[in-house]
Design a protein around this ligand. Structure first.
Ligand code: AFP
Length: 327
């Protein structure tokens, strides 16, 4: 049996990364317990304030955010923390060598209906050790991530992690409190017949994305020559987990629903960490034309269109967009 502690000891580049991941996953145990108590813990419902994106926060969003922030601020290796829920990054220990970004509870609208939610995290190198960290220190492309992962609080709590070249999964043993390795070297099939998209936004998409979904819906009667199936968890963390388990395509594409947003998902808290996991598992991740991991961020809360999952399907969508642009 390999526990997370054993795995980190053998595979983490240094003790700082190991330590920060241990802090995040320890908080994950607390969040998992709070979620399991559900309404009994009096944690459901709106917290009464809105996050920086103008969305209502659930009580547990606030709690998860605070727990992670407090724990990471006390970690000597952590120079700064940026959360999807807070306007600005929070400086931590100036002598630390790492920066941590997180979405404390992705899919928070799922909390009240007892469906899957998760914590997504990304770890970057801090390049100005000894000085107080600022928002601009976090503006590094996703390909610079030292580690990334998520905790999925579903029927069981699962950690998906990439710290070296591969992706691994651990399951939280509720009896011992240990994360136990359940999958080493996760790989995604290049082909799939399963896709995830919120189709209610169809009229706001660009023509190539409309064409793509039209083709999938036409199934064996259309140009794709086979039937496709839809799955939509409404929490990216759940959809990405399904893809890491059995392949698939996930997209939250560019849409014109809200003029000021390029997409719904956040580059630094959602798209980058998930893209690193997916690429390292052999899949693809693009904003429909460019590799997500190569985007240079200009704002810590920047949004981006996302297309990720089984490689051939991601490439197919990319080709549709490139060919459309060429015309
Ligand atoms: P919340 O965390 O605000 O619930 O948003 C979740 C999410 O960002 C992402 O995890 C889902 O894929 C997506 O939103 C679902 O969006 P729809 O509301 O359009 O279904």
């Amino acid at each position: 049996m390999t526990t997370l502690a054993h795995y980190l000891k053998e595979h983490a580049a240094d003790s700082a990364i190991s330590d920060v991941i241990t802090t995040i996953t320890d908080v994950g145990k607390t969040i998992s317990q709070l979620l399991r108590k559900g309404a009994l813990a009096d944690i459901l419902g709106e917290a009464g304030n809105q996050n920086v994106q103008g969305e209502d926060q659930k009580k547990l969003d606030v709690l998860a955010n605070d727990l992670l922030l407090e724990a990471l601020a006390q970690n000597a290796h952590c120079a700064g923390v940026a959360s999807e829920e807070l306007d600005d990054a929070t400086p931590a220990n100036a002598d630390g060598s790492l920066l941590v970004l997180f979405d404390p509870l992705d899919g928070s609208s799922n909390i009240d209906i007892n469906m899957a939610v998760g914590t997504i995290f990304s770890i970057l190198l801090y390049q100005r050790q000894g000085q107080t960290s600022e928002n601009s220190d976090f503006l590094q492309a996703g390909n610079k991530q030292l580690a990334a992962g998520y905790l999925l609080y579903g029927t069981s709590t699962v950690l998906a992690l990439t710290i070296a070249d591969n992706v691994v999964m651990f399951s939280l043993d509720p009896d011992t409190g240990d994360y136990v390795l359940i999958e080493d070297n996760v790989q995604i099939d290049a082909d799939t017949s399963e896709y995830a998209i919120n189709s209610s936004n169809y009229r706001y998409w660009r023509a190539p994305m409309q064409q793509y979904i039209d083709e999938l819906i036409a199934g064996e009667d259309g140009v794709r020559g086979r039937d496709f199936n839809t799955r939509w968890v409404a929490a990216m963390v759940g959809d990405v987990h399904r893809i890491l388990c059995r392949g698939g395509l996930f997209t939250y594409p560019f849409d014109t629903k809200y003029a000021h947003k390029a997409g719904k998902l956040r580059l630094m808290y959602e798209a980058n960490p998930m893209s690193l996991l997916i690429e390292r598992a052999g899949g693809g991740a693009t904003d429909a034309t460019n590799r997500i991991l190569d985007i240079t961020p200009t704002d810590i809360h920047q949004r981006v269109p996302v297309v990720l999952g089984s490689k051939n399907e991601v490439d197919y969508i990319k080709d549709l967009h490139v060919n459309h642009a060429d015309k």
